[in-house]
Structure formats: C-alpha cells, structure tokens
Design a binder for this molecule. Structure first.
Ligand code: SF4
Length: 205
C-alpha cells in the first residue's frame, strides 16, 4: 500500500490525539481494577503450610463462600510468596495440593471438601482389570494378612552356608517423604523385626 505524506500526517495525528484523550480523561487504571475486581470478588486467601514433607513450605489457599449448604469453595492453592522457606515456589507435589480431599480452614474452622479427591482406598485383585472400593478396615486387615503370610513363607534363619541371617528378602519397605524422624524410626524397627533388609525412604529434597 502506498502511503502519501498527507496520509502519514493523518494517521500520526489521530494516534497522538488518541493518546491525548487517554491522558486527559480516560481512566485505564479504574477499568483494569474493575476487571480484576470481578474475578477476585469475595476470594479469601488463607496462609497455610504444606503437609507433604518436612520442608514445611508456605502455601496460600484461595477460597470463596458458596451457597450456605456448600460452605466455602476451594479455588486454588499456590506457593506463598511471603514465606521465607519457599518464597512462592512449590514442588510438583505441593503444586498438586489442590487434589487433597479436605483442607482445614483455620479462620472458619471448616473442612473444605474437594469432590475430585478419592475418598476410599481402591483394591485391584490379582489379574483383575477392575478397581474395587474397600474400607480401611478391610484394606489394613488384608495387608497385615499378606505380610504375615509372606514372612512366614520366606523367612530365613540360616543362609545356604549355615550362617545365621534371620531375614526375609521377599518383603521391602518404601517410606514416604511425609514421615518424620520418629515415624521412620518406628517403620525401621517394625521392618527389621520382620526380617526386612531392603528399606528405603523417599526424601522430598
Ligand atoms: S517441598 Fe513440596 S512437598 Fe515438601 S513442603 Fe514444600 S511444597 Fe510441600
């Protein structure tokens, strides 16, 4: 497209006039804050601490009051930029905190329910392709039963050279990062009393 000298002055003149109008009267700040206000209207940020590991990163839980019967709605959970430990960041697990089924709101004293969270243990029988919901009583009894069966079947008092070993290599223990030192000591004692030699604990950092 050919732009004449006259066209150029028309366009630049109109642009300068637009900026002048903005400078003189149009309040962009008010418009921006109004848009932001509708999105954040009624949102309550609650500082909290991530429960997943011993780092204790700070998180901010954002909620908004829903219908009275529903209680507060959980909107988002982000790293707390004011927390000196993590300064707004969170690891992959902390970032996925939104999936927790229940979160305690210290200001209202209520539990915030996230319907996306699984509320019951799931069990898949050997060779089955389906998961079944089970209660904790069934699940813990089943785990205890299988641990005992495995230990009774595979416990070795002596190895093939006649050396006393008192071990069960068919069982192993893998701990989660949420466990603290005292809990891990108990896990370690229990595992070793069963004869386990393969013990590991995941660290978050
Ligand atoms: S490192 Fe991750 S899991 Fe541990 S407290 Fe921080 S966000 Fe939570």
């Amino acid at each position: 497209m050919k732009v004449t000298r006259r066209d150029f002055f028309k366009v630049t003149g109109a642009t300068v006039a637009s900026f002048a109008v903005v400078d003189l009267g149009f309040d962009m700040t008010a418009t921006a804050s109004a848009i932001k206000g509708t999105r954040t209207n009624g949102v309550k940020p609650v500082p909290s601490i991530c429960p997943f590991c011993g780092c204790g990163c700070g998180l901010v839980v954002y909620t908004r009051d829903g219908a009275p019967a529903d209680g507060p709605q959980l909107l988002s959970i982000q790293g707390d930029p004011d927390n000196p430990i993590n300064r707004g960041s969170a690891c992959s697990k902390g970032s996925a905190m939104f999936n927790l089924r229940e979160i305690y709101d210290p200001e209202t004293g209520k539990q915030i329910i996230n319907p996306k969270r699984m509320a019951k243990p799931l069990y898949r029988a050997p060779k089955s392709t389906k998961w079944e919901e089970k209660d904790w009583e069934w699940m813990l009894t089943e785990i205890a039963k299988r641990v005992k069966e495995t230990r009774d079947k595979h416990f070795e008092h002596k190895d093939k050279d006649g050396i006393i070993v008192n071990r069960c290599e068919a069982l192993s223990s893998l701990g989660g990062a949420a466990l603290d030192n005292e809990e891990l000591q108990l896990v370690s004692k229990m595992s070793r009393s069963l004869g386990m030699t393969f013990l590991e604990n995941q660290a978050r950092i």
